[in-house]
Design a protein around this ligand. Structure first.
Ligand code: DSN
Length: 427
């Protein structure tokens, strides 16, 4: 008889476990949460429905769910809000729905949303040329400009001019592939002066914000975003989930839009696991390597700079020197980035091809790659190792090493890194 833990799904899970352990993950939006986060995600919380809000549920049996959700809300505000002006909803299921909740809660059909151009670093959920939300809302993009040779940053003049010209109802501050710091306070002030509401999507950098290593959009008064959305699995190092904060006067509308407006039962297992990540950030529990969250976050920044430097030394072109957890590199003109991404994967290095500002190539085969260090910094990647890894990627791009030799080097490095998960029937 086939053992239950031998079925196809468990076999594939075991293969995925080994692949994650034995390769080098440079996807800028991924991470390795603590085993406790995974434990809570697979816990009995998953069995429970809890439509409603703490203290006001539609099904019985939520005595512990009420306490847990309230506790996670408190911890979330403790980490992010020093102003006392924000509330939070932890039921939103993921990052894109979190942004959609703000559109649905605050906008009327025909209103204009202004966001960073997707092609130059923005995100799919901030509206784009083929977004389904174009049925309801108009889109205006602000953009980047070359502020120094090879450095592309938000064009603040263009931003202000578009605010004046288009009078958007909602301005989104945030990105998916932007290696520079975002000037949240100044941009929020200008948007408010133009009569817009401001949504800051800090999915990529919320860990850095929580660690005090990036400016925060949680500000008092006009310098603060009205809404702050975030996923919880990138630099934040929690489960696949999301949180949506808002200035307290907007919270009733946001809460109603999430439930019953658009969603049913919250995913209590995601909420509990998010709470675990918050405790690790606050130092009330610890990630297994024993570092504080700030030490870890500083390592994310340091290794990202080293990675970028190594790649530059090996002949790749840096696009906008990194100031956060990700870097953008331009590949040699003749390189097919899709093929290069596949070559890297065969060599044990996992990352994604990416458009660079004002790319002349297609989104499917763009000119660059995006690398991030949040995941490998969790595994203890050091600055010298990061630099060596950058050089290896550059050597591969310039055919100075073979795929097999690169695979040997990456496997050796993966073996030196920490790995916190134990083999289990579900591994
Ligand atoms: N897919 C994530 C990223 O890589 O930026 C965000 O949705």
């Amino acid at each position: 008889m086939v053992q239950t833990n031998q079925n196809k799904l468990f076999q594939l899970t075991a293969q995925e476990f080994a692949k994650q352990r034995d390769t080098l993950n440079l996807i800028a939006s991924e991470n390795y949460p603590s085993p406790k986060v995974l434990q809570l995600l697979g816990s009995v919380w998953m069995n429970k429905y809890a439509e409603g809000t703490p203290g006001k549920r539609y099904y019985a049996g939520n005595i512990h769910a009420d306490e847990m959700e309230t506790y996670v809300q408190q911890k979330a505000l403790e980490v992010f809000d020093k102003t006392g002006e924000y509330g939070v909803n932890v039921q939103v299921l993921s990052g894109s729905p979190a942004n959609a909740m703000v559109f649905l809660a605050m906008l009327e059909a025909g209103d204009t949303i202004m966001s960073l151009n997707l092609a130059n670093g923005g995100h799919l959920s901030h509206m784009h040329a083929t977004s389904n939300f174009l049925k309801f809302f108009k889109l205006v993009n602000y953009d980047v400009t070359e502020t120094a040779p090879g450095t592309f940053e938000i064009d603040q003049d263009d931003y202000r001019a578009k605010l004046r010209e288009h009078k958007p109802k909602l301005v989104i501050l945030g990105f998916s592939a932007y290696p520079r710091k975002y000037e949240f306070a100044q941009m929020a002030k200008w948007a408010h002066e133009a009569g817009a509401l401001v949504l800051a999507d800090i999915a990529h950098i919320n860990g850095l914000v929580a660690a005090g290593l990036h400016d925060t959009p949680f500000q008092a008064g006009d310098a603060g975003a009205d809404f702050v959305s975030m996923t919880t699995h990138k630099t934040f190092r929690g489960p696949r989930s999301a949180m949506l904060f808002a200035k307290t006067q907007h919270m009733p509308t946001i809460n109603k839009t999430i439930f019953p407006g658009t969603s049913g039962g919250p995913h209590l297992h995601q909420i509990a696991a998010t709470g675990q990540a918050l405790l690790e950030i606050l130092g009330e529990d610890q990630y297994p390597d024993g570092r504080t969250f700030r030490e870890y976050s500083q390592a994310v920044l340091d290794t990202c700079q080293a990675l970028e430097q190594g790649a530059a030394e090996a002949g790749l072109t840096v696009v906008s020197p990194t100031q956060n957890h990700l870097c953008l590199l331009k590949l040699p003109e003749q390189t097919d980035s899709l093929e290069f991404q596949r070559l890297l994967e065969r060599a044990g290095i996992i990352t994604n091809r990416n458009m660079i500002p004002f790319d002349t190539k297609s989104a499917w085969r763009p000119s660059g790659i995006r690398l991030g260090t949040a995941a490998l910094a969790s595994r203890g990647l050091t600055v010298p190792q990061a630099k060596e890894l950058g050089r290896l990627i550059g050597d591969l791009a310039h055919s100075r090493t073979t795929e097999d030799a690169a695979k040997e080097r990456s496997t050796a490095l993966a073996k030196q890194l920490n790995w916190y998960y134990t083999e289990s029937p579900a591994a």
